[in-house]
Ligand binder design. Structure first.
Ligand SMILES: COC(=O)C(/C=C/C1=C(C)CCCC1(C)C)=C/O[C@H]1C=C(C)C(=O)O1
Ligand code: AKG
Ligand code: FE2
Length: 360
C-alpha cells in the first residue's frame, strides 16, 4: 500500500527559508523559534572526542573479519557510520550534488512548479507539517520516489537543471547497489546468510530527499531538521562538499556532530532494520542544525522493503534473553504511518513496539 494523505489538512503559511534569508537576513519568524528545551547548543568547533565509526567497504568486500566486527560494533553502538571506498564513482557523486545545488538556486517560481502538497512527501517544500501551530524547520526539501516505478510521480521530476533526471537515475542506480552490498555485510555481521534481506525485501522502495539549509542569523533558536529516526531499512546520506557541519546524532543524552569526511557517505540504520534485528541494531535519533554564515546541502536516499512485505523480528534474533520487542506489521502500513505524522524523535516506531512491563 502506497502512502497517501486521507484528510485535507491546514498547515498555515510556510515561509520558504531561502526567500526569507534573501529578503530579511536578520529575521527569524516566530514559527521557526523552538521551545527552550528543543533549542540546539551552538558549539564553536568540532573538537569532540566522539566520532562515528568509519567502515572501509573495500575491506568488507574481501570479508575481512576485523572489518565485519567493526561494522557490527558500529551498528550496535552507534546506528551510524561513514563508509569509505564505497565504489560509487566520484563523478556520479559530484554530478548529483551539482544538480541538487542548481535546483535549489533556481528562482522560487521555477521550484514551485513541483510543489509538495500538504500532508504528502514528494516535491519541493516542507514535509511532515500537519498543523498551523507546528514549529517549522529551517530547511527547504525536494523529495522524489525513485523505485519501484509505481511510486514515481513523473510530474515532480524537474526539467531544470536539464541534467537533473539523468544525474538522479545514475546516482540512484549506484546507491541501490551500495545498499544491497551493505545489507549483505550487515546480515553477515549478524551471523545470518548474506542474501537474507535481499530475499525478504522484494523490489525495494527507494526515495531521495535533498535538503538545503540556508544560513540562519539565529542558529541557537532554530533547527534545520527536527529530531527523528528514519523509517527506512538503511539510509545513505551525502553531505555537500562545501557544506557546514549540521548533522547531529543522539548518543545517550549528547548530540554528537557528524564531521564531514571527503568522499565518504554517511550510513544509518533505519526503523525497519531495528525491528528485523529485534532491537540489536538501532535506528538512532538525529537532527540537523544550522550555521550563522554557511549553508548546507544533504542528499539522502531511503532504502526500504516493498510495501507488500509483512515483517517483524527475525526468529534467529529472538530468544529467552532477547524476547520479541516488536509486533509483525505490513511495511506499507508503516510507511503510511511514518509520512502522516510529524517528525517526533523515536516515537514513530511506537507503532510496532510491544510494551513490556520493564520497557520505558
Ligand atoms: C520527505 O520524505 C521522507 O522523508 C521520506 C519519504 C520517502 C518516500 C518518498 C519520498 C516517496 C514515497 C516513498 C517514501 C515514503 C519512502 C522518508 O522515508 C522513510 C520513511 C519510510 C517509511 C521509509 O521507508 O523511508
Ligand atoms: O541533512 C542532514 O544531515 C540530515 C538529513 C536527514 O536526517 C534526513 O533527511 O532524514
Ligand atoms: Fe534522517
Amino acid at each position: 500500500m502506497a502512502p497517501v494523505p486521507s484528510l485535507p489538512i491546514k498547515v498555515g503559511h510556510i515561509d520558504d527559508v531561502q526567500e526569507l534569508r534573501k529578503a530579511k537576513p536578520a529575521t527569524v519568524p516566530e514559527r521557526f523559534i523552538r521551545d527552550m528545551a528543543d533549542r540546539p547548543k551552538v558549539v564553536p568547533n568540532l573538537s569532540s572526542s566522539l566520532d562515528i565509526p568509519i567502515i572501509d567497504l573495500s575491506k568488507l568486500m574481501k570479508t575481512d573479519k576485523d572489518e565485519v566486527m567493526q561494522l557490527k560494533t558500529a551498528c550496535e553502538e552507534w546506528g551510524f557510520f561513514q563508509v569509505l571506498n564505497h565504489g560509487i564513482d566520484l563523478n556520479v557523486v559530484e554530478d548529483i550534488e551539482k544538480v541538487a545545488e542548481d535546483f535549489f538556486m533556481l528562482p522560487l517560481q521555477e521550484k514551485q512548479k513541483y510543489p509538495m502538497a500538504p500532508g504528502t512527501v514528494q516535491g519541493y517544500g516542507q514535509a511532515f507539517v500537519f498543523s498551523e501551530n507546528q514549529k517549522l524547520d529551517w530547511c527547504n526539501m525536494f523529495a522524489l520516489g525513485v523505485e519501484p516505478p509505481c511510486i514515481r510521480n513523473p510530474k515532480l521530476w524537474p526539467s531544470k537543471p536539464v541534467n537533473f533526471r539523468e544525474a538522479l537515475e545514475i546516482y540512484s542506480r549506484e546507491v541501490r547497489k551500495l545498499c544491497k552490498t551493505l545489507l549483505k555485510y550487515i546480515a553477515v555481521s549478524l551471523g545470518l546468510k548474506g542474501d537474507v534481506f535481499e530475499e525478504m525485501f522484494g523490489v525495494a522502495v527507494q526515495a531521495v530527499r535533498m535538503n538545503y539549509y540556508p544560513p540562519c542569523s539565529r542558529p541557537d533558536l532554530v533547527l534545520g531538521l527536527s529530531p527523528h529516526s528514519d523509517g527506512s531499512a538503511l539510509t545513505v546520506l551525502q553531505q555537500g562538499k562545501d557544506s557546514s557541519v549540521g548533522l547531529q546524532i543522539l548518543k545517550g543524552q549528547t548530540w554528537v556532530p557528524v564531521k564531514p569526511i571527503p568522499n565518504a557517505l554517511v550510513i544509518n540504520i533505519g526503523d525497519t532494520l531495528e525491528v528485523l534485528t529485534n532491537g540489536k541494531y538501532k535506528s538512532v535519533e538525529h537532527r540537523a542544525v544550522t550555521h550563522k554564515e554557511r549553508d548546507r546541502l544533504s542528499i539522502v536516499t531511503f532504502y526500504a522493503p516493498s510495501y507488500e512485505i509483512e515483517l517483524g523480528p527475525m526468529a534467529e534474533l529472538v530468544d529467552e534473553k532477547n524476547p520479541c520487542r516488536y509486533r509483525r506489521y505490513n511495511h506499507g502500513e508503516y510507511s503510511k504511518h511514518y509520512v502522516t505524522n510529524k517528525l517526533q524523535g523515536k516515537r514513530t516506531l511506537d507503532f510496532a513496539k510491544i510494551q513490556s512491563k520493564t520497557s520505558n
